[in-house]
Design a binder for this molecule. Structure first.
Ligand code: IMP
Ligand code: MG
Length: 179
């Protein structure tokens, strides 16, 4: 796995420090309520686990799995829900936890969905943000790292379901996905 990375983009130590910092900022926003923290499977799992450990407010957890084919060229595509929430979010504060915002298709649609379901508020927390790739209007409330337009893996992020267990964020060698 390590040889398939061109270089390490974000080290374990940088991840640890920044994730804790972001969680502390999120704490400050929710004094009083019990938000539902929703992890978007599967890419967010490692970030999610590290992030919630630094939340010092009462929370509930839930998960959702979606597929975003139809993104990009065919922007008419609708988000397909593979696994829906267990919770009813109406009247609740929701914190959506995502691994990376690329075109913005996934989160723009999810945010709309949660609003339609009557969530009281929807907050977006992302580990990575590829700003230059944005095609849909979506703004993270909390973002750990802005990154360039490069394909990254590790710390939950995959290429073809591989590399999720790398402890750092690495830039995948082009030859791996261009063959
Ligand atoms: P969006 O809907 O275009 O914003 O894409 C978000 C999804 O694309 C993420 O949840 C990832 O699964 C995937 N993705 C985008 N860029 C990368 C990357 O550099 N590495 C791994 N997955 C990525
Ligand atoms: Mg993925």
């Amino acid at each position: 796995m390590h040889q398939d990375c061109e270089r390490v983009l974000i080290t374990e130590e940088e991840l640890r420090r920044r994730v804790e910092e972001i969680a502390r900022a999120v704490n400050g926003r929710y004094q009083g309520g019990t938000p539902i923290v929703v992890g978007i499977l599967k890419g967010s799992i490692i970030f999610f686990a590290d992030f919630i450990r630094h939340l010092e407010i009462p929370i509930r957890l839930d998960f959702m799995s979606v597929s975003s084919y139809g993104e990009g060229a065919a922007s008419s595509g609708k988000l397909r829900i593979r696994k829906d929430l267990d919770s009813d979010v109406s009247g609740r504060d929701v914190i959506l936890v995502e691994d990376i915002i690329d075109s913005g298709f996934t989160l723009a649609n999810l945010k709309k969905l949660f609003e339609e379901r009557g969530a009281r508020s929807v907050c977006i927390v992302t580990l990575l943000n590829k700003k230059d790739r944005r095609e849909y209007d979506v703004f993270p409330d909390f973002n750990c790292f802005d990154i360039e337009n490069e394909f990254v893996v590790g710390y939950g992020l995959d290429y073809d379901e591989r590399y999720r267990n790398l402890p750092y964020i690495g830039i995948l060698k082009r030859e791996i996905y261009e063959t």
